[in-house]
Write a protein that binds this ligand. Structure first.
Ligand SMILES: Cc1cc2nc3c(=O)[nH]c(=O)nc-3n(C[C@H](O)[C@H](O)[C@H](O)COP(=O)(O)OP(=O)(O)OC[C@H]3O[C@@H](n4cnc5c(N)ncnc54)[C@H](O)[C@@H]3O)c2cc1C
Length: 406
């Protein structure tokens, strides 16, 4: 079978990319190892995704937003960062950003469901589900992708969106910088007595990092707990009643009684940044290109931005009668996406390291980072502009930080 583009992976990035190419005249195959039923009604994976203003606009343009149910959309009005036993914390207020809210919270499975429904309505996209890509070859005359079942697909271009542990990236010989933080993250929806008032918390304590993400219901939030893997194992061995008591204790009873309201989902914390995003007749998007640590809540936001950049470059090449698979549009995507993501990726690695390090120098630095200087302005403005900017990528001040570019 022959196509213009083969997309590997029907996660949020691959699906949005297929949707972004609608009407371009390109014939697309979307290959996904999960079965169609799992894509139509994805299981709850516990992830609640913080969405920036720019991402919300993209989701509206792609038709995904209209497919979300009202109760699936949480308002992220303000955010609070706490360190140790702080009672007040550093507040990030929507009004300081001149916006009605800092952002939104959406369940990852709701995003996937909405994106898959959009793609199902596209006649130019052939969905090949329950099929795993086993090998790939690209060369001057085209690309070929083998499926585990003996079938092969030919295309002018292959785009891989097959997760941060991308097998296709490895098969293409593209190296990636990986950082394993050696911690485990639990995400768990919980009901709590005290209302969240649409305020997200990020709370850095000794031996743990806690976050609270406010959902649609005023008494329901997603609790995100980062721990040493052995401490996590002990916590997960508890029954619901004991886990609820342990969580209320970790929150120092500030939310009153807490009750489990969703599945317990656990993720390893690994940051990944591909050394290259493109090769001959090949591109990486989504987590396969940039797999962020969730602490700055930018993985999907970057995935959405990257797929939009690549789709725009390919469409421009098609409109100009040029070869969309040639190096010029691919290199333009690589340049733009690296510029948009690299500084925040490095800043996130640094922050995540600082905030999960319980040795004394790191604790002092944390206090300084969240202390008087930060309250006065630049740090707050930086964080808020990342969430509320109407254009994608990192805020301008961060782009000027002296991080290495590769
Ligand atoms: C706990 C947690 C919280 C997060 N919070 C946020 C947040 O607040 N804000 C934010 O922006 N981001 C957040 N993220 C990140 C966000 O979830 C990811 O960036 C996003 O889901 C990545 O989408 P993707 O499509 O690139 O990859 P994935 O979702 O990993 O999808 C990859 C797809 O490829 C398929 N696949 C893999 N290999 C093959 C193969 N060989 N053949 C066929 N198919 C294949 C898989 O089955 C899968 O469907 C969070 C992540 C976690 C873990």
């Amino acid at each position: 079978m022959s196509f213009d583009i083969v997309i590997i992976g029907a996660g949020p990035a691959g699906l949005c990319f297929a949707r972004s190419l609608a009407g371009s005249g390109l014939r697309i195959a979307l290959v996904e190892r999960q079965d169609e039923a799992a894509l139509v009604e994805p299981v709850d994976d516990g992830r609640e995704i913080a969405i920036t203003h720019h991402s919300q606009r993209l989701m509206r343009e792609l038709g995904l937003w209209a497919r979300l149910r009202a109760e699936e959309i949480g308002t992220l009005r303000d955010a609070m960062v706490l360190d140790g036993d702080d009672r007040d914390g550093l507040m990030f207020r929507h009004d300081e950003a001149g916006k009605p809210q800092l952002g939104w919270l959406l369940s990852n499975h709701a995003i996937r469901r909405a994106a898959y429904a959009e793609v199902m309505s596209l006649p130019e996209v052939e969905r090949i589900t329950g099929a795993r890509v086993s090998s790939i070859r690209t060369g001057a005359d085209g690309a070929e992708v083998d499926l585990g079942n003996g079938d092969a697909l030919r295309a002018q271009l292959v785009v891989a969106a097959d997760s941060r542990f991308s097998e296709t990236r490895r098969a293409m010989g593209i190296a990636a910088g990986m950082h394993d933080f050696g911690k485990t993250m639990l995400v768990l929806r919980m009901q709590h007595e005290v209302p969240h008032e649409q305020v997200a918390w990020e709370w850095f304590g000794v031996g743990q990092t806690l976050a609270l993400l406010p959902l649609h219901d005023p008494h329901t939030s997603s609790v995100v707990l980062t721990l040493h893997p052995q401490a996590m194992q002990a916590l997960l061995a508890l029954d619901d009643a004991a886990l609820e008591a342990a969580m209320a204790e970790r929150f120092q009873q500030r939310l009153g009684a807490m009750h489990v309201a969703g599945p317990r989902c656990v993720y390893p914390l690994v940051g990944v940044y591909a050394k290259r995003f493109v090769a001959e007749r090949f591109a990486l998007i989504g987590d396969a290109a940039v797999g962020m640590h969730p602490v700055t809540a930018h993985g999907f936001n970057f995935g959405l931005l990257g797929q939009a950049t690549l789709a725009r470059e390919l469409r421009a090449a098609v409109d100009a009668g040029q070869s969309f698979w040639s190096q010029a549009p691919l290199q333009r995507y690589e340049r733009q996406h690296r510029l948009a993501t690299r500084p925040l990726y490095l800043a996130t690695q640094m922050l995540a390291g600082l905030y999960t390090d319980d040795r004394r120098p790191a604790r002092v630095l944390r206090k300084l980072a969240l202390g008087a200087g930060a309250r006065l302005g630049p740090f707050k403005r930086l964080v808020m502009s990342g969430l509320t900017a109407d254009r994608g990528g990192v805020p301008a001040p961060l782009r000027r930080l002296p991080f290495r570019s590769s």
